[in-house]
Design a binder for this molecule. Sequence first.
Ligand code: CA
Length: 219
Amino acid sequence: MARVLVVEDEASLRFVLEHGLRQAGFEVLAAADAATGWELLERADVLVLDWMLPDEDGLAFLGRLRRTPRYEELPVLMLTARAGERDRVEGLLGGADDYLTKPFSTAELAARLVALLRRARGRRVLERGELRIDLERARVSLAGEEVPLTRREFDLLAFLGRRPGRVFARGELIERVWGGDFRGTARTVDQHVAQLREKLGDGWIETVRGRGYRFTEEP
Ligand code: CA
């Protein structure tokens, strides 16, 4: 059963959503403010986020979430009372996957959540030529043969593989893959890239001189 987290400060709407989504077959977690919502995030498969919250703007919350590696892929649907086109564009640019303007029906919300979850599942396996990265099981295979990777090698490959063609500096990779409290050096990244090349062959991760690394766009 998929678990949805609803972050909505308006008690009556929160109540309606909790009950409606439960009836639609979801397990529901609910929070009345951003701080409580943040605490519950790690248990959620999909997030319904109100734009106007008492303690933090919904877009700021969303930005914070997208900058946190483990929540980068969490599907997010934003709720707003404002129907303007500008809001819609901002919401999508801010990293929301979908958007509903109040008032809306719980049935429509449930249908959108099901679609978001289906799309998210499709993103959990990356296939590029003979390389297959299973993000959910943390497994990698090449031409059908499983390739054993360490946790960091996998994290690095998965991070780059989800963003083919984008160049990342070593410092950024350390921050995004190893986490903010890591005290290693750029050399650590180089070592991991070398190990990945040894295991997977050259051609997947490219060195961009003076800038960093990128996952190939051409398998
Ligand atoms: Ca609100």
